[in-house]
Design a protein around this ligand. Structure first.
Ligand SMILES: [Zn+2]
Length: 292
C-alpha cells in the first residue's frame, strides 16, 4: 500500500533536490468519478503525480493547475492541486481512445500551467505538446520557464490489484553549484527505479536503493489527498456574479439554477427562494469568486 505522501529530499554534497510521491487512494478517488478508459486513467495518473510534484514547489498559499487540451481523442485532462496537497482532476475523452503518445492522445494541443496564489497575481504558462510523454513536455516547460535542469519520472500501473501512481522529480538547485555531470549521474540512477519499487517500497527504501552511495536528507512528508474545493457557498458567489435578470430567467424556465462541479461530480441547486435570498442578502459589492 502506498503511503500517499509527498517526500522532499536533498543531496548533502550535490546541489540537487528531489521529490518522491507515491499514491493509491487519491488516484483511485479521482478515477472513481467516471468510467475512464485505460489510456485516460494512465494520463490522469501521470498528471496527478506531476501536479503533486509541481505543487510541492509552491512557497505560498495557492494552487497549481496543469491542463492538457487538444483536438485528439482526449480533449481535456486537468489536475488541480494546492499547497496542502489537496488534489482533484477530470478528463474529457472519446470512448474509443487507445493508449499512445501524448500527441496521439491529445492531437494538436497544448499544456497550460496556471499558478494561482491565494493572494497576488495569477501566472499562466502555455507550452505546445511536444515529445512523446507528459514527462518530456514538463521537462521542456521547466527548461523554458525556470531554466533549471529538471527531470521527472511518472509511473502508473496496477500494484496488488489496485491502480497506483508514483513519481520522482530531480532539479538542480539555483545556487549555481550543481554540475551537469553530477545531475546526469543522479538522473541515470533515478530512471532505473522499477515500478514495483515506486509502488511498494517505503520512501527511504526507494532512496536507499537508488542513491546508497550518496548522503540524502529526507524531509518530513506531506500527506496527499483527494479533495474538491467546490461548495454551496462558492456556487452562490458564482451565481451572484451573474446578472439577476439572467438568473431569474433560468429559474423561471428550469425551475432552478444548478451549478455542476466537473472535478467531483457535485451539483448545487438554487430555486427561486434560494436565489431571492442570495441577491437580497447582497450588500452591493459583487463577489466574483468562481468555482474553478
Ligand atoms: Zn467539486
Amino acid at each position: 500500500m502506498a503511503d500517499n505522501c509527498l517526500h522532499r529530499y536533498l543531496f548533502n554534497d550535490i546541489s540537487v533536490r528531489g521529490e518522491l510521491v507515491q499514491l493509491d487512494k487519491p488516484y483511485q478517488d479521482i478515477l472513481s468519478a467516471k468510467d475512464y478508459p485505460q489510456a485516460v486513467q494512465t494520463l490522469l495518473g501521470e498528471l496527478l503525480v506531476a501536479t503533486s510534484l509541481l505543487t510541492a514547489t509552491l512557497k505560498f498559499e495557492g494552487s497549481i493547475t496543469v491542463q492538457l487540451q487538444g483536438d485528439g481523442p482526449i480533449t481535456l485532462a486537468v489536475i488541480n492541486g494546492d499547497n496542502n496537497q489537496q488534489m482533484r482532476g477530470v478528463a474529457r475523452f472519446d470512448e474509443s481512445v487507445q493508449p499512445g503518445t501524448i500527441s496521439e492522445l491529445l492531437g494538436k494541443g497544448h499544456m497550460v500551467i496556471t499558478i494561482d496564489p491565494a493572494k497576488g497575481e495569477r501566472y499562466q504558462g502555455v507550452v505546445a505538446l511536444e515529445g512523446d510523454t507528459l514527462a518530456e513536455c514538463l521537462e521542456g516547460y521547466f527548461a523554458n520557464s525556470e531554466q533549471l535542469r529538471t527531470q521527472l519520472v511518472l509511473r502508473t500501473g496496477e500494484f496488488e490489484g489496485k491502480p497506483h501512481a508514483a513519481g520522482m522529480l530531480l532539479q538542480i538547485l539555483p545556487d549555481g553549484k550543481g554540475s551537469e555531470d553530477d545531475f546526469d549521474h543522479l538522473m541515470q540512477l533515478t530512471v532505473t527505479v522499477k515500478d514495483e519499487e515506486l509502488f511498494g517500497l517505503q520512501a527511504q527504501d526507494v532512496l536507499y536503493r537508488l542513491y546508497h552511495q550518496e548522503q540524502v536528507q529526507l524531509f518530513t512528508p506531506q500527506a496527499v489527498t483527494f479533495s474538491c474545493t467546490c461548495s454551496r457557498e462558492r456556487s452562490a458567489s458564482a451565481i451572484r456574479s451573474i446578472a439577476r435578470e439572467e438568473v431569474d430567467q433560468i429559474v423561471a424556465e428550469e425551475g432552478a439554477i444548478a451549478l455542476h462541479c466537473d472535478y467531483c461530480g457535485s451539483s448545487y441547486q438554487f430555486d427561486s427562494i434560494d436565489v431571492a435570498a442570495l441577491f437580497d442578502s447582497q450588500s452591493g459589492d459583487i463577489n466574483s469568486d468562481q468555482i474553478h
